[in-house]
Design a protein around this ligand. Structure first.
Ligand SMILES: [Zn+2]
Length: 317
């Protein structure tokens, strides 16, 4: 197994998941433009944050995941730290720090970068912003000394939408590091973890998709932003092709596109799993039939995640 690809749709109620630049009295929503129309999105950085926090919430007492310091730098110890291993880092290591590969004299010190084995896409809103949003206002009340109340009005853009989200796990790099063999002029991957430990870390990422919760503004805009329609592919090749499988127009999923992508990805994926929450897309019945025709098991979203975890445990070697 070289890669695990996941792509999903998530429908939200009225919310503002990721604010844009804003103005003094406006909290806007991050938007992109397509053919002149505006659509909301949630940045990849925010998606990574949600994923990390979901993993952090479910750590057991013997598991470690560092918290970045005030410069945003992390520990850089991929053997010990689940976060640094899965999400990579750019950090400065102090001279003499004992790290993997530098056990004897310690690290010579300097900037160190690790490319994240877990990659996420921004969450792309698929319904036009204008037709699916409103400006709400909230008042920030201040109590003046004399007991009189004053309020500043702040406008907040909120909207409903269906977002497409994606994730890829570069399986062979979890728990491992690419090292240059100077003599042979090749690169190879040094594995620092056992297969059991690697499975456990990858499982955390897959499981976390079900428990994303740490979005901003939840005090007033409580939102579920976990998958409603989800596809997993366990791949013998590392590829991002599955990310194009879910294309939506006016709430209807493009089944020709889905079929073409699944037939493509199947060439190198011994296992594809689908999960569907009823009532999210318009042509749900046709989608179920199409997936059956393509011999992709269709389950509930929770069962799909569990099935993915089972498959990972059975097959990662
Ligand atoms: Zn760390």
């Amino acid at each position: 197994m070289r890669g695990i690809e996941v792509v999903w749709l998530s429908q939200t109620d009225l919310t503002n998941l990721n604010a844009g630049e804003g103005e003094a009295n406006l909290i806007d929503i991050k938007k992109y433009k397509k053919n002149g129309m505006e659509y909301p999105y949630v940045s990849g950085q925010a998606m990574r944050y949600y994923l990390k926090e979901a993993i952090r919430r479910n750590l057991s007492s013997d598991e470690y995941m560092c918290v970045p310091n005030d410069k945003g730098e992390t520990c850089g110890n991929i053997k010990k730290c689940i976060g640094c291993d899965l999400f990579g880092f750019m950090t400065t290591i102090k001279r003499g720090t004992i790290l993997l590969g530098f056990e004897e004299k310690g690290h010579p010190g300097g900037a160190v970068t690790r490319v994240s084995p877990v990659k996420v896409s921004p969450a792309i809103g698929l319904l036009p912003f204008e037709e699916n949003a409103i400006v709400d206002f909230l008042t920030r009340r201040h109590r003046k000394a004399e007991g009189e109340m004053r309020g500043d009005i702040v406008n907040v853009e909120i909207g409903v939408n269906i977002y497409k989200c994606g994730m890829a796990i570069d399986v062979v790099r979890v728990g491992g590091e690419e090292v240059l063999d100077e003599k042979e002029r090749t690169v190879k991957i040094n594995q620092y973890l056992t297969d059991e430990e690697r499975k456990k870390r990858i499982s955390k990422v897959i499981e976390a998709i079900r428990y994303l919760a740490d979005y901003s503004k939840q005090a007033r805009l409580l939102t579920d932003f976990t998958p409603d329609v989800i596809l997993f592919a366990f791949q013998d090749r590392y590829s991002h092709r599955l990310q194009k499988a879910l294309s939506l127009r006016n709430g209807v999923l493009d089944l020709n596109r889905l079929e073409a992508i699944i037939r493509d990805v199947k060439n190198y994926s011994p296992k594809i799993i689908a999960g569907i929450l009823p009532g999210v897309i318009e042509n749900e019945e046709n989608l179920r039939n199409k997936l059956k025709e393509l011999q992709v098991e269709v389950k509930g979203t929770d069962e799909a995640v569990n099935e993915a975890l089972d498959y990972l445990n059975k097959s990662l070697k």
